[in-house]
Design a protein around this ligand. Structure first.
Ligand code: ADP
Ligand code: MG
Length: 334
């Protein structure tokens, strides 16, 4: 059973950035307005995320890392959002099977914070001979998740990582993605012991400031935005896209569906084709797209690590968005 759990965990989390994405989403779901990430050796040695969200009740700590433990399944209609996000209640469980996991958390109601260590889905003692029970400690409301020695028990996976700086770049990119998307939330990310190595966005930053700080002034000065959507296909879309005056070597597509960062090769291709007639040959755009789609219309049938999403009437919806892009680009004076 443990081997099965370990293999399943290794399929959901194949790189530090996958663990990080889950942890960011948990913090955002907990209503955090401040989210700080620290990584060591590309997240393989240490990945720590501290939030000021609502915290976890002490009573919930013993089962926190059991598979399918989730506090996010309240109404029947939520069944469709399981479909959307898949693998509900599996993130912390998975991480506990392939890393040393420490959770420090305090709710507003609690007079102190509690710290718990996990291995293979269960509470464990930090040192031989000590109790596995959560311990009271001083701490502020919120949650800190510490993931150490990721893949320590999966040597083949561990060996597959060639460069810590590549893994850190992915971590920074993912934090940057959510920092653009999560309005009203402050984000920071740095390498352990090196505060010059990352990014920092205050909660008060508006969309343009967020994009400027993470992607630079060249693109921030050339953005246009639009909103679209319709009831027929059950979607809403908000976009911030580069104008025809901006051109990069590679496309940046920050795609969110129902507030989760996802990938879509199909959408990327359509956007690149739409821009091709507006940009010089070889030029690529910056596109931030936030789509809200009725959960039952989003396709479940996706492997978690690919994070590729499909939804009903995808072609029609993408065409509406590309039409808006054409309109926006045509309107800009050059
Ligand atoms: P899911 O997010 O699908 O519910 P997870 O394994 O990611 O599953 O998390 C399990 C549960 O742990 C969550 O449902 C939530 O109750 C709690 N949790 C995890 N991270 C946090 C956090 N940062 N703040 C508050 N609660 C959290
Ligand atoms: Mg989660």
């Amino acid at each position: 059973q443990d081997v099965v759990n370990k293999i399943a965990a290794g399929e959901i989390i194949v790189a530090p950035v996958h663990a990080l994405k889950e942890l960011i989403e948990n913090a955002v779901d907990a209503g955090a307005t401040q989210l700080d990430v620290v990584a060591k050796e590309g997240g393989l040695k240490l990945l720590q995320i501290t939030d000021n969200g609502h915290g976890i009740d002490k009573e919930d700590l013993p089962i926190l890392c059991e598979r399918f433990t989730t506090s996010k399944l309240k109404a029947f209609e939520d069944l469709s959002s399981i479909a959307t996000y898949g693998f509900r209640g599996e993130a912390l469980a998975s991480i506990s099977h392939i890393a040393h996991l420490t959770v420090t958390t305090r709710t507003k109601e609690s007079s102190c914070a509690w710290r718990a260590h996990y291995a293979d889905g269960k509470l464990t003692s930090p040192k031989p001979g000590q109790s596995a029970e959560p311990k009271p400690i001083a701490g502020r409301p919120g949650t800190q998740i510490t993931v150490e020695d990721l893949f320590y028990n999966v040597p083949s996976r561990r060996k597959a990582f060639r460069s810590a700086s590549e893994e850190y770049a992915k971590i920074l990119e993912m934090v940057g993605r959510y920092a653009v998307h999560c309005f009203g939330v402050a984000f920071s990310c740095k390498k352990h012991g090196d505060s010059s190595s990352g990014l920092s966005v205050p909660a008060s930053a508006g969309m343009l400031d967020r994009i400027r700080q993470i992607h630079g002034s060249a693109v921030a000065n050339e953005l246009v935005s639009f909103k679209t959507g319709n009831d027929r296909w059950g979607f809403k879309c908000e976009a911030w896209i580069s104008s025809a005056n901006y051109s990069a070597k590679r496309t940046t597509l920050l795609l969110f569906i129902n507030h989760r960062a996802v990938e879509s090769a199909a959408i990327k291709k359509s956007i690149e084709q739409t821009y091709a007639t507006f940009l010089p040959k070889g030029g690529h755009p910056f596109v931030y797209l936030s789509l809200e789609i009725e959960p039952h219309r989003v396709d479940v049938n996706v492997h978690p690590t690919k994070r590729e999403v499909h939804f009903l009437n995808e072609d029609e919806i993408v065409e509406i968005i590309c039409e808006e892009i054409r309109n926006s680009l045509g309107k800009v004076d050059t």
